[in-house]
Design a protein around this ligand. Structure first.
Ligand code: ADP
Length: 204
């Protein structure tokens, strides 16, 4: 006798309910040094402690693994984001929330990510800081190298960054502390991923 429970597939909705969350892709875009990784890690930690299940995807990690065959030409930047967006779609289908920290410099590239992931699941967060501030921070020394001509096609120096015109959320890191930025992000994102109210989740 066939067990009817094996004939229907486990759906994304089943997985989301198992994890008590709506799967969404939080897409942080901005210049190098704007604060994507700092805020992405802080957001991941905060959401995890609130009981959410999250995967953070970061440019440096993806480029040393899945996309290590890609460089920084326009075609490779597009392919980089295309693959990352497909990975996001898989995570979301498994009920998992993602946080993405990628410069993703053009409208076209972000639009492709949105279309691949699906508009309903895509939360675009513009992590904004003026080029002068990012260059002053120069967290990884990339700007100095780019100005010396040691790195070519560096976003903001000799490759354009097109600011999002209508991001879902804008976070200006040049005027606010990490804690203030995190507070604003949490306030915006929590209602979009919550199935069970947080107060009930942590007491479970
Ligand atoms: P990105 O991932 O966008 O390249 P990083 O997070 O690696 O940027 O670096 C951002 C730098 O700016 C860090 O040194 C961080 O401490 C600093 N910073 C100062 N204020 C903020 C803020 N409000 N939010 C995020 N980062 C900030």
């Amino acid at each position: 006798m066939v067990d009817s429970s094996t004939s229907s597939r486990i759906t994304r909705r089943d997985k989301e309910h198992f994890l008590h969350q709506h799967a969404r892709s939080i897409w942080m875009t901005g210049l190098s040094g704007a604060g994507k990784t700092t805020l992405g890690l802080a957001l991941e930690k905060k959401l995890f402690h609130l009981g959410f299940f999250i995967q953070l995807l970061d440019g440096d990690h993806v480029r040393t693994g899945l996309n290590k065959d890609l460089r920084f030409s326009d075609a490779d930047r597009t392919e980089n984001i295309r693959r990352i967006a497909e990975v996001n779609a898989l995570y979301n289908h498994s009920g998992i929330i993602t946080i993405n920290c990628f410069i993703s410099p053009t409208h076209a590239i972000r639009q492709m990510a949105r279309a691949t992931i699906g508009s309903a699941d895509f939360i675009e967060v513009f992590i904004k800081a003026p080029l002068s501030v990012c260059e002053e921070r120069d967290v990884k020394g990339y700007y100095r190298k780019a100005r010396q001509g040691l790195i070519k096609e560096f976003t903001g120096v000799d490759s354009p960054f097109e600011e999002p015109e209508h991001p879902d959320l804008l976070i200006d890191t040049s005027f606010s502390s990490v804690d203030q930025c995190l507070h604003k992000m949490i306030g915006f994102i929590l209602p979009k991923i919550t199935i069970t109210p947080v107060s009930q989740r942590v007491s479970q």
